[in-house]
Design a protein around this ligand. Structure first.
Ligand SMILES: [Zn+2]
Length: 382
């Protein structure tokens, strides 16, 4: 009898708890949750908050992108890029700061550092100082570009890759201070192929416009794999670095190869800038694989386009007038949204043939379109 009494009360308690949780299922809050559909539609495009984590706006007086970003509910990251002989990075920084001040909450910027004095003593300190100053001025990350590996030479006139030990103190500084590094290192694999063998039209047009960068025409230069290996060696040396491989980490041609790197380097993410067409190309024949890749690596993929204000660039389709640029930005953003959110059959200018949209669940769409970028660039989250 005593035993029975001892167990009676907890039994009743459990019953009451169960009843209580049953009533919770019908509370107004959970009814609202149940009514949220699992997928977005094309109509949700404007109302969902999104981030384009890879743009280049460096044009005074040119605010067409901002206007369109506002209309399409995008915030964006404005990336500075160092090119020897190009627009001075101090000028880019000044402009980027003004953009943030003029359009608060709409954009943030990513700094870079000069390579002009790379072979001089004190270059590392100079680079770190510039990064420090940039971060104090609001930069949310640092970008390195493919000129490392393509054009930068050491004292012996040899090409310098990103795993060169001279970069180590700079990268260590970033890792120690949790400053994310965006790396456009190497190039898409198509660059090592003749024009007619390239898989997507965007790469073909770029190679046609920039023969000096079309690797197929320069067999004396490093191989595709040399660049991938150098990047991987750099990541092996700096496991704590928060790294975002720009342009699908130059592994745009194979979600399998990209998956291997994401498995190997837990602090690596990738942006999709100007490489969504490669995912679409793979979806032509391996839709399920591409879809499952997005589900599995949903925390490591960041949406971006590479849209830019230098209107003559191939990325903007050769469009020069502000109205045309605005329209083009909207079309690109909307087309990508359709690809990720619906299972419509689609055709796009950069890919030959028809493929189906990935129809990713809205939780995944929210990650790739916003929350992953907010986590990687906490200064940008709001
Ligand atoms: Zn870019």
């Amino acid at each position: 009898m005593k035993m029975f009494r001892r167990f009676k009360f907890p039994g009743l308690l459990i019953l009451l708890l169960l009843l209580n949780s049953c009533t919770n299922v019908n509370s107004p809050d959970s009814r609202v949750q149940d009514s949220i559909p699992e997928y977005y539609t094309v109509e949700d495009f404007q109302s969902v908050r999104k981030i384009d984590a890879h743009m280049h706006i460096q044009n005074y007086g040119d605010t067409v992108f901002i206007r369109q970003a506002e209309a399409d509910n995008f915030r964006f990251l404005n990336l500075n890029v160092f090119k020897s002989g190009g627009k001075p990075i101090e000028e880019q920084q000044k402009f980027s700061i003004e953009m943030v001040e003029s359009f608060p909450g709409r954009n943030a910027w990513v700094t870079t550092f000069s390579l002009d004095n790379f072979n001089n003593e004190g270059w590392q300190e100079e680079a770190i100082e510039y990064i420090k100053k940039s971060v104090a001025n609001g930069a949310v990350g640092v970008k390195v570009w493919k000129n490392i590996g393509f054009f930068l030479k050491d004292k012996n006139d040899q090409l310098v890759m990103i795993d060169n030990p001279r970069f180590d103190p700079v990268i260590d500084y970033l890792a120690k201070n949790n400053i994310p590094l965006i790396g456009h290192l190497g190039e898409h694999k198509n660059s090592w192929l003749p024009l007619e063998k390239m898989t997507v039209n965007g790469n073909r047009e770029y190679a046609r416009a920039h023969p000096e960068e079309h690797m197929y025409l320069h067999p004396e230069r490093p191989s595709y794999q040399d660049y991938i290996n150098a990047r991987d060696r750099m990541l092996e040396k700096h496991p704590d670095l928060i790294f975002i491989g720009a342009h699908l980490g130059s592994l745009e041609w194979s979600v399998d190869e990209l998956a291997k790197r994401l498995d190997k380097f837990p602090n690596m993410s990738v942006d999709m800038a100007e490489r969504v067409s490669h995912l679409q190309y793979q979806a032509l024949t391996e839709w399920q694989k591409v879809h499952d890749f997005f589900i599995k690596y949903q925390d490591r993929l960041v949406y971006g386009t590479d849209l830019r204000s230098s209107a003559m660039d191939i990325v903007n389709n050769g469009i020069k007038d502000p109205a045309g640029i605005k329209k083009h930005a909207h079309e690109v953003w909307l087309r990508h949204w359709k690809f990720f959110t619906t299972d419509q059959n689609m055709r796009v200018p950069k890919v030959e043939g028809e493929f189906k949209g990935l129809k990713l669940p809205r939780v995944v769409v929210d990650k790739i379109y916003r929350t992953n970028a907010e986590k990687l660039f906490p200064l940008f989250s709001k």
